[in-house]
Design a protein around this ligand. Structure first.
Ligand code: MN3
Length: 201
């Protein structure tokens, strides 16, 4: 049983003018696909091959099986990233997630400042996440392939801050990329679904 390489949830030009079709084409069609292909080659004929992607991540982390862990986590992280953005993104959260944002960060602007600070403060490659913890919401950054699920956190949203995510459109200007995500692309409906699903756990 191999891990599926999923389609984007929208057309590759659907995030223009904010993220170009060239960026999404390379990022999904080359980078994301390479992680899935390498993972499938590495797990073929091994016990990992019987597991879901989430369970492969947990098992490889536990076993310090670094190559499998990195490719499995990157496969999962990218699928989560595509859903963290939307052609109808931006705007404000609503419902219980909005209340939780206000409680933790003061207001949406406070959230934006904290997320921006974390994304710009991540040295080198990695990911910035809005997560739900036992205490409420938090923002964390992880290096390289690391996913916050391995620390028991529930991810609500993510942004890929590897240079391959923004270099064609923004060159070295990670700040402009992060601001564009927060203003035009962030998928609050996806975050709200993840927030509310975590209630059931
Ligand atoms: Mn990437």
């Amino acid at each position: 049983m191999s891990i599926e390489f999923p389609d984007l949830p929208y057309a590759s030009d659907a995030l223009e003018p904010h993220i170009s079709a060239a960026t999404l084409g390379f990022h999904h069609g080359k980078h994301h696909k390479a992680y899935v292909d390498k993972l499938n080659a590495a797990i073929a004929g091994k016990p990992y091959d019987e597991l879901s992607l989430e369970k492969i991540i947990a098992a490889a982390y536990e076993a310090s099986d670094t190559g499998i862990y990195n490719n499995a986590a990157q496969s999962w992280n990218h699928t989560f990233l595509w859903h963290s953005m939307s052609p109808q993104g931006g705007g404000s959260p609503s419902g219980p997630l909005a209340d939780a944002i206000n409680e933790r960060f003061g207001d949406l602007d406070g959230f934006r400042k904290a997320f921006r600070g974390a994304a710009l403060g991540q040295f080198g490659s990695g990911w910035t996440w809005l997560v739900r913890t036992a205490q409420g919401l938090d923002i964390v950054s992880t290096g390289n392939a690391d996913a916050p699920t391995t620390n028991g956190l529930t991810p609500l949203l993510t942004l890929d801050v590897w240079e391959h995510a923004y270099y064609l459109d923004f060159q070295n200007k990670r700040d402009a990329y992060v601001d564009t995500f927060l203003e035009h692309l962030v998928n609050w409906d996806f975050a709200a679904q993840n927030y509310e699903a975590a209630d059931a756990i």
